[in-house]
Design a binder for this molecule. Structure first.
Ligand code: NAP
Ligand code: F7E
Length: 350
């Protein structure tokens, strides 16, 4: 039986990937952080919590990473753990470098010294393209990161290539464009909107505050994107691949569609708030996935409209069940109101 180690198994992609690999017959190991309250809700939601092996590890602690490799003896390592919210990386820029950047070297060093024949996946990102001018981005588009997050990911991208070329490790960068789902964290704009639209429809809330409505993203479905991670590691040669839908839509379009699906007019409920603007923002992303299509046979199935529908429907369904008194693994009821958060990103007029 093949074994796989997923760092960040408690996150959106980690949970979907765990389910995908279990269904393929893998013995799945995942790293998680000790928190004051457990956060296994995504694994529970997908009904895989009891089927995965959990190993405590933190990306800032090399010894715990080494132990995770020793315990799992993985054939494949999927390095998904990171501080993944771009907004937070402006508030915690040093942490971004340490966790999201240096963390990649810590895990690659552990692979090199303990299990050098393990195949390695690095969660690279379309944020690497940042402020570049290309209208459509592919593997050959120059990188121009625009946040501490993407600067750290740029380091991770290169260190992955260096371990591939320098030490012969089978290491791939998946340059994934934004991918979303009902398991997406509530701070990301898509889920923030689908959750708010559902609450407003049911009379639990009245409005939502958003920042840059004109930013355009290439949004795909996370459940499909994790399949590409596995495919990359099954090839004869390690390569880097863009994974995207090749469509781009604005935040405004997302809000418009999400609210209209519930019979609501977005303009009556969305308040634009300068406090939610980032010091720098990426304006346009649209990915060319033709290399992935050609070499690993990956194509996106669920596009923008279907994705918005899926997310809005699931958030509405959850709030309806909640109002009827049902309790189930789910993040939203515990999420603080943004007005309660004091930070560079969510500044309050006091
Ligand atoms: P996510 O939901 O935020 O999950 C991140 C995971 O990393 C969580 O399990 C988190 O643990 C863990 N983590 C954070 N800091 C850690 C630390 N110091 N030590 C150990 N684990 C730590 O992110 P995602 O959307 O699944 O994304 C997965 C990866 O793909 C990330 O590297 C992200 O940067 C990258 N990526 C995402 C997208 C996207 O659109 N989703 C696109 C391109 C690349 P806790 O649960 O304890 O917080
Ligand atoms: O922002 C704008 C915001 O936070 C998308 C991560 O998974 O994908 C993700 O990064 C856009 C930005 O995702 C709000 O300014 C407007 O232009 O959902 P987001 P992201 O920054 O694109 C990449 C590929 C990753 O690698 C990352 O890990 O939406 N926006 N108003 C807002 N964004 C948020 N979060 N909240 C707002 O109220």
């Amino acid at each position: 039986m093949k074994s796989a180690l997923i760092t960040g198994i408690t996150g959106q992609d980690g949970a979907y990937l765990a389910k995908f690999l279990l269904d393929k017959g893998y013995d799945v190991f995942g790293t998680y952080r000790r928190l004051s309250t457990p956060n296994f809700w995504r694994l529970q939601y997908l009904d895989v919590f009891d089927r995965v092996n959990l190993i405590p590890a933190d990306l800032v602690d090399s010894s715990s990473i080494e132990e995770a490799i020793r315990i799992s003896q993985p054939h494949e390592v999927y390095h998904l753990a990171a501080q993944s919210f771009v907004g937070t990386s402006f508030e915690q820029p040093v942490g971004a470098g340490d966790i999201t950047g240096l963390g990649v070297t810590r895990i690659l060093e552990a692979v090199r010294t303990i299990k050098p024949d393990a195949r390695f996946y690095q969660a690279s990102t379309s944020e690497l393209f940042g402020k570049g001018n290309a209208v459509v981005q592919s593997e050959s588009t120059p990188f121009q990161p625009a946040s501490p997050y993407s600067a750290a990911k740029l380091y991770g991208y290169w260190v992955t290539r260096i371990y591939r070329d320098g030490y012969g490790i089978f290491a791939c960068n998946g340059i994934l464009f934004n991918h979303e789902s009902p398991l997406r964290g509530l701070e990301f704009v898509t889920r923030k909107i689908s959750n708010a639209a559902a609450k407003i429809k049911l009379g639990i809330d009245k409005d939502i505050r958003l920042g840059n409505l004109d930013a355009k993203r290439d949004w795909g479905y996370a459940q499909e994107y994790v399949e590409s991670m596995w495919s990359m590691l099954q090839q004869d040669k390690p390569e880097d691949y863009v994974i995207a839908t090749n469509e781009t839509h604005s935040v405004k379009e997302f809000a418009e569609l999400a609210f209209s699906l519930l019979g609501l007019d977005w303009e009556k409920h969305v308040i634009t708030d300068k406090k939610l603007l980032r010091p720098l923002d990426v304006q346009l992303l649209q990915g060319d996935y033709s290399k992935a299509q050609k070499l690993i046979g990956w194509i996106p199935k669920l596009k923008f409209k279907g994705l918005v529908e899926l997310m809005v429907k699931e958030d509405l369904n959850r709030w309806e069940r909640w109002l009827k008194g049902e309790r189930f693994p789910w993040d939203a009821p515990n999420y603080p109101n943004e007005n309660k958060i004091l930070s560079r990103q969510f500044k309050l007029d006091r």
